[in-house]
Design a protein around this ligand. Structure first.
Ligand SMILES: C[S@@+](CC[C@H](N)C(=O)[O-])C[C@H]1O[C@@H](n2cnc3c(N)ncnc32)[C@H](O)[C@@H]1O
Length: 243
């Protein structure tokens, strides 16, 4: 049985989806608030930059993978009303919040897929796949990337954003202490859930480097894979092309 990382633990690959799902079910109702607190609001700036790089002007059919509570999806639709948007996430509680936000804003033409990307077989081809802060949670990252690659049309792009460990050694130690000690305690105080935030902190520390992600993208067939490190050096964006 293949083992994969679940924070600092090693678990059977087949057990990871359920474990990850439990985490997101547990954090769903405090997810947006916790994001603002944990990142000091910075995630909003990172998402703005991510959306700028999505270059929505010339995209028509978009798959937002790991849509969660819909931060990226909603902004895509607000910026380009006539786009065809599909939101994919295996967690029913997270995707329900996303759905509700769209309904509150009067958007009713969104397609929702309640699956992990590893199970997804696309019937249509997309010109953009967006994936923000989701890749860390995949149980089979290569299978996930292959499915994303298959779901894109020629000329399509993947934009992938996630955390990274800062390059400066001292800053990296401070960031480590923050993710492993402070974040779980904020989780305890704000969401009464230290365990889930312990996983989130550990999953950042045990995650791939941007170069490793770049190699994985190239391995599944993407080309011209560019890495953009965000100013605070704790997150990066990959732009990958299917040519
Ligand atoms: C940290 S949230 C990110 C939500 C949103 N994209 C954002 O930036 O705020 C991660 C999401 O990844 C989803 N997820 C976990 N495993 C996944 C998988 N195998 N395929 C797709 N999404 C997954 C979780 O359910 C969760 O909603």
């Amino acid at each position: 049985m293949d083992k994969v990382k679940f924070g600092y633990d090693e678990v059977d690959q087949t057990d990871k989806p359920e474990k990850v799902n439990k985490v997101f079910t547990s954090v769903s109702n405090k997810y947006d608030l916790m994001n603002d607190i944990m990142s000091f609001g910075l995630h909003r700036l990172w998402k703005k930059q991510f959306l700028r790089l999505c270059d929505l002007g010339n995209k028509n059919n978009i798959l937002d993978i790991a849509c969660g509570t819909g931060d990226i999806s909603l902004e895509i639709k607000k910026q380009k009303n006539d786009v065809q948007l599909t939101c994919l996430d295996p967690n029913i509680e997270m995707i329900e919040i996303c759905k509700q936000k769209f309904l509150n804003k009067g958007f009713t033409d969104i397609k929702y897929i309640n699956l992990g990307i590893e199970e997804f077989e696309s019937e249509v081809k997309y010109d953009l796949a967006s994936l923000a802060f989701g890749f860390r949670n995949f149980s089979d990252p290569l299978k996930g990337l292959i499915n994303i690659f298959e779901s894109l049309e020629l000329g399509g792009q993947l934009l992938l954003m996630d955390f990274k460990v800062p390059r400066n050694k001292i800053y990296s130690q401070l960031f480590k202490a923050y993710t492993l000690n402070i974040i779980p305690n904020i989780g305890k105080i704000v969401a009464n859930d230290k365990e889930s935030y312990k996983y989130l902190g550990e999953s950042i520390q045990t995650y791939y480097t941007p170069e490793e992600i770049r190699s994985m993208c190239l391995n599944v067939g993407f080309e011209k894979v560019k890495i953009i490190n965000l100013p605070e050096d704790v997150a990066s964006i990959h732009v990958a092309h299917k040519i």
